[in-house]
Design a protein around this ligand. Structure first.
Ligand code: ATP
Ligand code: MG
Ligand code: FE
Length: 357
């Protein structure tokens, strides 16, 4: 089926078009720069930016795919989780399109959409896959590790349209949020992830032993697959403060490398542990933090050692985008699911088990 997907859950306005599992268009407008001076995404600014960007993004996607709105078989939209005001813009636009074109509308889960990104194939320029996902088909079950500015979740996906289980998630800050906060206290600009990644190249990852959240034996009962990054952020803040108090220059590269190592270590340790303990030989990565060089490297090393096939979609499909939402919508259409109707609304806390709203 030919499906249009709309994504506005955070700061990316994404419109994607797919035909089944083939990617036809993936256009993204980001309001990231507008949030820079605040050090994080400001919900009201994101919502207003979506309003401005949606029509041009839609037009660009239609032009890129060379399809007409009337040829669509269905429309899919992210209804949650995410920022309420931001979600509402996409949901409102999708409903308006569905009504005016008389097309079936599917309200889908943002996090499951990230998993859906992996089924797409296409030869849009500059898009490459990493890990073992080069030319192999998506298979179930898979463990999915989704890490971004708003989420850090470990999922067990038995069937993309039927059965997604939340194994664990962050109990405080998201991993990307931790990167942004630590970058800020090191005096690096927003978004902090790419900055820390770049600075860390010249640092020693073993210079400072920062804590690995929820990794002690006592954590394994209640928080086996959960994450925590606020203690790590505080530990970095305290270390930097002590350094400044004693009149020493902060070794920014070493702090960045050691912090990055702590985040990558805990993320990949828990993800590979889940694969091993649950007998799932596949790991899929998604979310903006997948851009992190050390996260990718550790994932490759440890998956190879554990006999786990690692799948990393091209980065343009890892960060928030409309194509992944279209891909999930197309899977729901192919599975014969009834459309969502018009009775749904934005749901900022939509649980991952609700694949379709
Ligand atoms: P959501 O959480 O709803 O998916 P988001 O906008 O926060 O939305 P993304 O756009 O996927 O998520 O990712 C942005 C986050 O990824 C930011 O926190 C950014 O710092 C982080 N990030 C980007 N590149 C890197 C990198 N190289 N290393 C670490 N973190 C990175
Ligand atoms: Mg973003
Ligand atoms: Fe996301």
């Amino acid at each position: 089926p030919l499906v249009l997907g709309i994504e506005t859950s955070c700061d990316e306005t994404g419109v994607g078009i797919v035909r089944g599992t083939t990617l036809l268009a993936n256009v993204i407008a980001s309001s990231m720069d507008e949030h820079a001076r605040y050090g994080g995404v400001v919900p009201e600014i994101a919502a207003r930016a979506h309003l401005e960007a949606l029509t041009p993004t839609l037009k660009a996607a239609l032009a890129e795919a060379q399809v007409d709105l009337h040829d669509l078989d269905a429309i899919a939209v992210t209804s949650g989780p995410g920022l309420s005001g931001a979600l509402m813009v996409g949901v409102g636009a999708a409903k308006a399109l569905a009504i005016s074109l008389d097309k079936p509308l599917y309200a889908v889960n943002h996090l499951v959409g990230h998993v859906g990104a992996d089924i797409l194939s296409g030869d849009l320029s500059g898009q490459t896959r990493a890990g073992d996902s080069a030319d192999t088909a998506f298979e179930y079950p898979t463990i999915a590790l989704l890490v971004s500015g708003g989420h850090t979740s470990l999922l067990l996906v038995r069937d993309l349209v039927d059965d997604v289980e939340l194994l664990g998630e962050t109990i405080d800050d998201a991993a990307g949020e931790a990167f942004d906060k630590v970058a800020r206290l090191l005096g690096l600009p927003y978004p902090g992830g790419p900055q820390i990644d770049a600075v860390a190249v010249n640092g020693d990852p073993n210079a400072i032993r920062f804590p690995r959240g929820l990794s002690l034996p006592k954590d394994m009962e209640k928080h086996r697959y959960d994450f925590s990054f606020s203690g790590l952020k505080t530990a970095v803040a305290r270390w930097v403060e002590q350094c400044r108090d004693s009149g020493q220059e902060v070794p920014v590269a070493d702090v960045a490398a050691s912090f990055r190592e702590a985040v990558a270590d805990v993320l990949i340790t828990k993800a590979v542990k889940a694969c091993r303990e649950l007998g799932v030989p596949r790991l899929l990565l998604g979310g903006g933090v997948v851009a992190n060089a050390r996260v990718r490297q550790l994932a490759e090393e440890r998956c190879a050692a554990a006999g786990v096939a690692l799948r990393i979609p091209p980065l343009s499909l890892c960060t928030d985008n409309g194509a992944m939402i279209a891909a999930l919508g197309a899977q729901l259409v192919s599975a014969g699911r009834a459309p969502s109707g018009l009775g749904f609304g934005a749901d900022s806390t939509l649980p991952v088990t609700d694949i379709q709203a």
